[in-house]
Design a protein around this ligand. Sequence first.
Ligand code: GDP
Length: 298
Amino acid sequence: WLDRLKSGLSRTREQFGAIGSLFSRRKIDEELLEELETTLLMADCGVEATTALLTELRLRWKRDKLETGEELQAALAEALKQLLAPLQAPLDISGKQPFIIMLAGINGAGKTTSIGKLTHHFQAQGKSVLLAAGDTFRAAAREQLLEWGRRNNVTVIAQDGGDPAAVAFDAIAAARARNIDVVLIDTAGRLPTQLHLMEEIAKVRRVIQKAEPSGPHEVLLVLDANIGQNALAQLKAFDASIGVTGLIITKLDGTAKGGVLAAIARSQPKPLRFIGVGEGIEDLQPFDAGEFVEALFV
Ligand code: GDP
C-alpha cells in the first residue's frame, strides 16, 4: 500500500519534492522559509495551516539550532505529521449491526465509486454489505449502483424515482431481516438549489434515525481533493445540515492539492476515514498520518 500511496500521491509529492530540492541547496535563512511558505500554499495547505507550520519551523530553527536543509525538512515532516494526526481515526464498525453509513457529497466527488470500494473493503473483512440507492434524482446513479451490485453479488435497494428517505428506510429493514453487517446509503449530490439539497439529505438523515434510533452510525462526506480550499466550505455546509462524522477524500492521485488535508486538520478537523488514490477497487484505504507524510517525503 505504501508504494501504491507513493505513486498515487505523485503530483503532491512533486510539490513537496520541490521542497526537498529547495532544502538541499542551502542553509536555512528567511528567504528559504519564504519560498517554503509559497510552496505550501501552492499545495493548498491554506493560510492557517501554512502559518502554523512556518511558526513551528521558525521556533525549531532557533531552538534546536537547525542548520541544514535536510534538518529543516525532517522538522517539517514531523510538524506535518503532528498537524495531520487528529485526522487519523479509522472507522470502527463493531458494536452495531447493522452498522449504518450514510454517504453525502456533491456529484462527481466520487461517492458511487467509493461505495463500491467500501463494499470491497468490508467484504474483505468478512462483513456482509447492503447498498441503498438513495440518489433517486439521478437515474444514472441508481443504475451505476445496481450494476455494481449485480456484478459483485451485493443486494441494492432501489426505487424507480422514489423518495430517497423511503429507500433508506427500506434498506435498513432489509438489512435487519437479512442479518447484514453494514448498510451503505447513497444520497443525492445535486438538486435544483443547494438549499434544497441540504434539506433533502437532512430528511434522509432523520428518516434513518427513525428506522434505527442509534443511527446513522457514520455520516461520511466524500470530498474531491481537486477542489482544494473549497473543501472547507463544503465541509462546513454539509456539517451544518447533517452532522458529518467522517470524511473520505478522493482523487488524491492526479492532484497537486494534497495539502488540503493540512487545511482541514487545522481549520475543521474531522476523522478522515479513508483516502482515495485511484480508480481501482483497492485504491481506497484508511488514512494514516505517518504513512501519508512518509509517502510525501521519502
Ligand atoms: P459521484 O457522482 O460522487 O457518485 O462520483 P463517481 O463515483 O461517479 O466518480 C466520479 C469520477 O471520479 C469517476 O470517473 C470515478 O472513477 C472517479 N474517481 C472516484 N474516486 C477516484 C479516485 O480516488 N481517484 C481517481 N483518479 N478517480 C476517482
